[in-house]
Design a protein around this ligand. Structure first.
Ligand code: HEM
Length: 200
């Protein structure tokens, strides 16, 4: 479900006409080049910075879990607030994803944020789509691989577009931000010819 949520956003960004992620970035070229070399391997995936950036930016901009519940084990004072033992708190760990001082123009979908020299995510607490601390997501690694492989597979088979192409994205909170009910992506073109025969 968490991966479906992320893929939904990522395919929406890939299909968005202005600016089209796939056409204006190297994502499609990377995907085509990788498949043209044969089966999609881990080595190939590590050499796809645009696809990786698109995945990371999707998880930053549209995090599945905005926060998590915690119970105060020992009393403490945090930023002037006294938190007593046993108190339930919500740790909104993805708030930093939207801070201008960490991510300039934070609402902008920008897949180059994570490349050197920018490395905007490389500050303590700046990037937490999989949580932070002792209970960080145990499936983060497998989730990332599945997201990369699924997007690379989809983009190698289909050219996507918004339906209708001029659809203006509406964001609804349920409670995490998801595309509104009328959000649809349609297949503009089947691109199976770009794939080595028989490989899915
Ligand atoms: C896009 C996909 C995913 C996202 C965004 C995601 C995100 C998260 C988040 C935010 C947490 C809570 C971390 C915290 O409390 O600080 C979590 C916990 C967890 N996730 Fe994921 N997750 C994803 C996929 C997966 C997958 C595929 C697996 C298993 C194969 C998995 C296994 C777990 C487990 C076991 C925990 C609990 C860790 C603990 O409490 O110690 N997750 N995940």
């Amino acid at each position: 479900m968490t991966e479906q949520h992320t893929l939904l956003w990522e395919s929406g960004q890939s299909a968005a006409p202005l600016p089209p992620l796939v056409d204006s970035s190297g994502v499609q070229a990377e995907v085509d080049a990788a498949w043209s070399r044969g089966t999609l391997s881990w080595e190939q995936l590590k050499q796809m910075p645009d696809l990786h950036g698109a995945m990371m930016e999707t998880l930053r901009r549209y995090p599945v879990a905005g926060g998590h519940r915690a119970r105060i084990a020992r009393p403490l004072t945090l930023a002037g607030y006294r938190l007593e033992q046993g108190l339930d708190v919500e740790v909104a760990m993805t708030v930093p994803h939207f801070l201008e001082e960490l991510y300039p123009n934070p609402m902008q979908f920008d897949i180059d944020r994570f490349r050197p020299p920018r490395n905007e995510h490389r500050k303590p607490g700046a990037y937490a789509p999989f949580g932070l601390g002792n209970h960080t997501c145990l499936g983060a690694g497998i989730a990332e691989v599945q997201l990369l492989v699924t997007m690379a597979t989809l983009l190698s088979i289909y050219a996507l577009q918004l339906d209708p192409p001029d659809y203006h994205l509406v964001i609804e909170e349920h409670p995490t931000p998801i595309p509104g009910n009328h959000f649809q992506v349609q297949v503009r073109e089947r691109r199976l010819s770009s794939r080595p025969e028989g490989r899915i």
